[in-house]
Design a protein around this ligand. Sequence first.
Ligand code: NAD
Length: 383
Amino acid sequence: MSEPGSTNPVRLAIVGIHGHGHSHVVRAQHLQGTGEAVLVAVADLRPAQPGTFDASVREFTSLADLLAEVSVDVVVLCTPIHTHFELTALALESGADVLLEKPPVRSLQEFSELAELIRSTGRLCQVGFQSLGSHAIAAIRERIAAGEIGEVVGVSASGCWVRTRDYWRRAAWAGKRVLNGIEVVDGVVTNPLAHAVATALALAGATRASQVASVDLDQYRANDIDADDTSVVRIRTTSGLPVTLALTLCAAERSEPSVTVQGTAGRIVFYYTLDLVQVFLDDRDPTTTAHDRARLLDDLVAHRRGAGGSLVCDFADTEGFTVVLDAVRRAPDPKRMPEASVVWVGEGGDAHAVVRDIEQWVGRAGNEHRTFAELGAPWTTNR
Ligand SMILES: NC(=O)c1ccc[n+]([C@@H]2O[C@H](COP(=O)([O-])OP(=O)(O)OC[C@H]3O[C@@H](n4cnc5c(N)ncnc54)[C@H](O)[C@@H]3O)[C@@H](O)[C@H]2O)c1
C-alpha cells in the first residue's frame, strides 16, 4: 500500500467487473496509462473471461480474499445495492479509500453507521453520482447567485428512459424491493434515475438530511417487477423550496433526463448526462453552454495522491438523497398500472413497457409540482 499523499501510482482494485463495473475497468486502464494509478486486482463472483486482464492483475471471487492477499489503496465497488454496506466497511477497515456506486446504502441506519466508520478510519468515500462532477453545476450556481433567473421558486427533474425485459432479468436483484428477505431497494427513483434525484437536491442546496423537510411519493409499475418504474417524488426543503422529480423507465423512447431550476424571471435546464446547460430568460432567446466534467475515480485517485479540497461527491453529501431512498424503502408497494394504460413494444427480451402519454405527464408533474395522482393521470384513476 502507498502512503496517502505519496506520488507512487495508486493501487486500484475493482469489485464487480461485469455490468456497469466495466466502465470503471476502462477508467482504471486510462489512469494506468497516465501513470497515476495501477490496476492491481479485481473481484467478481463470476470470473472474467481468460485473457481479459494482464497477468499482473490478480483475480478473486471476493473482496475479502482480495484484501487478504493484495495491498490496495483505492477500492471501486460496483456490486448490487445490498452488498454495498458490508463491502465498503471491509475496504475502509483495510485502509483503502472507496469509490462506491450509487445508491450508496439501503437505509438511513446504514448511512449513519458508514458515516461513523468513514470518520473513525479517516478514509475517503466517493459516491458514484457522476453528474455532480459536471462543471455545469458551478456555472448554474453562479448564474443563480447573479440573479439571472430572478428568485428561485422550485427545482424539478424529468427522466424518460426505456428498460427492456432483459434489463429486469439481468440479475436476481433487479427490480426487487426485497430479495430472499434482504432489502434491495432497487427502482427508478433509487437506481437508474437516482442521478436526477441527487442532482436536483444538489442544485436545491439540500444534500443533508437537515435540509430535507418532507418527501411525498407517488409510485407505480408497468413492468412485472416489485419496485417502481414510474414515480413522482416531491421533496420540500427546509428553506421551503419544492423539488419535484417525475421519472419513468416506460417511455416510448429514451430522452435525455434534465434538472430544471425554476426562477421568477426564467429557468435553467441542466441535461446532466451531457453536461449541457440551457438558460431560458423571459423575452430572450435561450442560450446553451457545454461544460467539462471531473471524473469520480480520477478525483479520488488525485485525493489519495495528496490533492486537497472536497471530493466531487463525498459520502456525506448523499445524506439528503438517502432520506429520499429511505422513504422509498418504507413506502407501500408501488401500484400496478392497469393494462389499458400500458403498451408493450418489441419482442421477447427486447420488449419494453410504454405508458401512454407518459412524457406529457412527466412534464406536467415537474412544472406544476403535482403528483401523477393529483394531476389525475389515467392510470391513477381508471382502476
Ligand atoms: N453510476 C452509474 O451511472 C451506474 C450505472 C449502472 C449501475 N450503477 C450501479 O452499479 C452497481 C452495480 O450495478 P450493475 O447494474 O452493474 O449490477 P449487475 O448485477 O449487472 O453487476 C454486478 C456485478 O457484481 C458482481 N457481484 C455481485 N455480488 C458480488 C460480491 N459480493 N462480490 C463480488 N462481486 C459481486 C456480479 O457478479 C456482477 O458482475 C449498482 O449499485 C448500480 O446502481 C451505476
